[in-house]
Design a protein around this ligand. Structure first.
Ligand SMILES: Cc1ncc(COP(=O)(O)O)c(C=O)c1O
Length: 341
């Protein structure tokens, strides 16, 4: 039975496995000095629309976020992020431990920061007694399944830059956001003023690979040592790079994301008229958030795997993946509707 718990539960896409097998012969230079890595870097540069950006592969999303941020942070700096941000609530305190900085977490109705929500955060600039925010971090698509339009990203980049700060994007689900908006990944990143970008792949069919992209090449100067000392430097680098070659060949990223997003819309359409299921967020990517009665959740979890997102409100998250099928959605919808009544 397929899970609606996380897109991490899904298997690796066969085209990704094929690419891995393809590079699995002969010897190749280690630590990223190989031709497969070079090819993947060039594909990422084309995809993000910046031929000069720096691209670095890492093993996981927490590593991408923490090492990407580390390049710009001193311990007296602070990150401005949504209270629901993965860096704030789902990285086991890794940003606090490894960066040693303050996270200024902002309450939002839908996981999205706005210029209005953050404009008064920069205070006492230059005051040695106060942490100095120097980066705004946003997640695309957000942890609540919503998306930022290119104009919304640009507005946040503008306010960050006006305050001598950077814009960081946790793009663990960038493909879902771009596919949902019908825009390119470039329009959401380099063209919208993002400075540091965690390019996610694992949730969209890869086995385990993410890329840290810097749009200001000077930010890459310290990165090799930051990545190595954070234990995120792969010796057999080509196996990470090959996964991105698969993702960025023939628009696999978009096909996978379109599929997951479409299945979330289908599931929503099948449950939205049930008065016992209270949808709490717009479904703009591959996640649905809903409040169920706790006994209904327990009953449904006997058959289906999904996460309770908020123990206090009973909010659950239902996540579709690149391999979710219409039949999976219909089975799940039948069960949830027969239990929630
Ligand atoms: C928004 C977001 N960022 C980053 C990650 C990556 O985390 P991990 O370190 O588990 O790969 C996740 C995974 O759940 C996520 O949802």
């Amino acid at each position: 039975m397929k899970a609606f718990a996380s897109d991490n539960y899904a298997p690796v896409h066969p085209e990704v496995i094929e690419q891995i097998i393809k590079v699995n012969s002969e010897h190749a230079k280690a630590y990223g000095a190989d031709e497969v890595t070079e090819k993947a870097i060039n594909l990422i540069r084309q995809t993000v629309g910046d031929p000069n950006c720096s691209v670095n592969f890492v093993f996981n999303g927490t590593g991408a976020n923490v090492t990407g941020l580390q390049t710009i942070m001193d311990s007296w700096n602070a990150v401005i992020c949504a209270s629901t941000a993965h860096i704030n609530v789902d990285e086991g305190g890794a940003p606090e431990r490894l960066l040693g900085v303050k996270l200024i977490d902002i309450q939002t109705p839908n996981g999205k920061l706005t210029p209005d929500l953050i404009s008064n955060i920069w205070i006492r600039t230059g005051d040695q007694h106060t942490s100095q925010p120097n980066v705004v971090s946003i997640t695309q698509s957000t942890e609540m399944g919503t998306v930022y339009t290119p104009a919304e990203v640009k507005a946040l980049a503008d306010i960050a830059h006006k305050n001598n700060s950077y814009l960081h994007m946790d793009g663990a689900r960038i493909s879902n956001a771009a596919a949902s908006l019908g825009v390119s990944i470039a329009e959401l990143t380099s063209k919208a003023g993002v400075d540091i970008f965690s390019f996610g792949g694992t949730k969209n069919g890869l086995m385990g690979a993410e890329a840290v992209v810097f749009f200001k090449p000077e930010l890459n100067k310290k990165y090799p040592w930051i990545r190595k000392s954070a234990m995120q430097l792969a010796s057999k680098h080509r196996y990470l790079a090959a996964q991105f070659i698969a993702l960025l060949t023939d628009d696999l990223w978009k096909k996978n994301a379109d599929k997951a997003n479409a299945m979330a819309q289908l599931l929503r359409s099948k449950i939205e008229n049930n008065p016992k299921i209270k949808l709490t967020q717009e479904t703009q990517s591959n996640a649905i958030f809903a409040i169920l009665e706790p006994n209904h959740t327990l009953e449904l979890q006997k058959k289906h795997n999904f996460y309770v997102w908020n123990d206090h409100t009973g909010e659950v998250r239902l996540m579709c993946s690149w391999d979710t099928t219409i039949e999976d959605v219909e089975n799940f919808a039948k069960d949830i509707n027969s239990i929630c009544k």
